[in-house]
Design a protein around this ligand. Sequence first.
Ligand code: RIB
Ligand code: CA
Length: 313
Amino acid sequence: MSARKIIIDTDPGQDDAVAILLALASPDEIELLGITAVAGNVPLALTARNARIVCELAGRPDIPVYAGCERPLGRPLVTAEHVHGETGLNGPMLPDPTMPLQQEHAVDFIIRTLREQEAGSVTLCPLGPLTNIAMAFAKAPDIVDRVARIVLMGGAYFEVGNITPSAEFNIYVDPQAADIVFKSGSDITVMPLDVTHKALVTKARNDAFRALGTPVGRAVAEMTDFFERFDREKYHSDGAPLHDPCVTAWLIRPDLFHGRRVNVEIETVSELTMGMTVADWWGVTDRPANALFIGDVDADGFFNLLTERLGRL
Ligand code: RIB
Ligand code: CA
């Protein structure tokens, strides 16, 4: 089976970094056409910088990186330095990028790529707020039907929110963009906190990253050492939840994950529940199922895959 062509839209972020590394370590399954940076965990200048740092860490300065939207569609930008550190990639000491940022705007790259590539051949993998994706759909509605699938990290239902009592960060930052994407008609696989909070980097799992004895293994271990503080303190969990790598892992081994096709709609009116992903888990409405909402993962299988693939870089 030929490799799946994807675009990663991202706000690195230590977990975004691991998702990108897993994609780059899996060329038989994934052909990464480009990375589009969006404002989220940290401002756009830093997410565009961090994406290039990660590509060079993987020895892939050939991957084109594009800068996208620097603020949400209709709300002030909310960032998460309290989780990711002031650079967004705190933890390892990594060199400044030398590879250039592409001149083309990320939204134009997404539109151009979807028009140039065979219809139904490109999967969009958003790992941050959905601003770039929504802007591309609004600017060029013709591309929506050309998207093979959207596999995104975002939302929460039974796990409730991580940035407010009811909303997960990626959706909360740009709920209007999320509403556009979830109503677009695209086939969506959602990796919510319900599943990513089951993908915890325990000490043993982080030791396995470090034991790879490679620059990538060490950098990932140092990223999660830093990144886990927030979740250990808030949730008293056994380690950092690797949110975004669940997206890449699903592309490689969907059998490791389990979910349900349900209707998901986004709260965009009430400030109390702004950005909530309202999943009709029990089918109590007649709203059509628009998403595969993932609720469970074989965590050991996930980390075995991740560690083995990182060892290839
Ligand atoms: O809520 C977790 C999500 O928000 C992850 O994608 C993390 O990188 C941040 O963007
Ligand atoms: Ca992210």
